[in-house]
Design a protein around this ligand. Sequence first.
Ligand code: ATP
Ligand code: MG
Length: 266
Amino acid sequence: MNHESVQNNSAYILDVTNLGIDFGGLQALDDFNIQVKDREIVGLIGPNGAGKTTIFNLLTSVYQPSRGNIQVTGRSTKGKTPHEVSQFGIARTFQNIRLFKNISVIDNVKIALHNGMKYSMLSAILRLPSYWREEKAATKLALELLAVFNMQDLADQPAGSLPYGAQRRLEIVRALATNPKVLLLDEPAAGMNPSETAELMSTIRDIRDQFNMAIVLIEHDMSLVMGICERILVLNYGLIIAQGTPEEIKNSPVVIEAYLGQQRGE
Ligand SMILES: Nc1ncnc2c1ncn2[C@@H]1O[C@H](COP(=O)(O)OP(=O)(O)OP(=O)(O)O)[C@@H](O)[C@H]1O
Ligand SMILES: [Mg+2]
């Protein structure tokens, strides 16, 4: 048995067992389990402060868990840095947009692509032919990725000058640029109008089909979640209180109870 097959002990793209984290006295997440298959679209919902973003921070090694295990494409993330985990094949967007606002749209994408580029720092400094070849390939690839959202024409604009919805789309493009097997989207429709949200919904489906990746989606917009997720996990106070198909979740008394009086007025 080689080293690789020893490590690849999960058939899932994402395999999380008994995950938990405490912040001081607060149990922000406990006994969280999720197994995600290739090409699945899974929703993660729950009232404000339920622990949704915390899960993404744990999955990407921004936080190390207090307990439990995470495997991304068959490899344990224990003790790994966010950069190492990203190279296992996981990428995420942030609830609060994080772009390099003063640089161009295309350069934002190329910075994200940089991980996968082959040229050495030395060839970049010396501007060797290999650098220019890769640089040209990166520009072409960045434009192709922008085309997913029809954003090629915005390539030279400063990222910060884009309307809010377009900045959210650019965040997704930057995540795609790292070539993930699983994509984590933290409230991608926040601040979007209904027609932008509807378009985003169909693009998320296209992304899954075109790039063959699994997607985990945190979202408060129920039309988006119910419209594209194959199954949904509901979180409240750091615990899974329900999971099932959109239909099952819609009619679950526990879920309705958790949301009563707590749902955002967005
Ligand atoms: N670094 C931290 N230190 C202390 N407490 C934290 C930290 N990160 C999150 N928390 C707490 O953990 C709980 C879960 O927060 P989290 O951001 O995961 O919620 P959420 O479900 O994403 O909520 P929202 O829908 O508002 O984005 C909250 O009580 C939050 O205050
Ligand atoms: Mg959050």
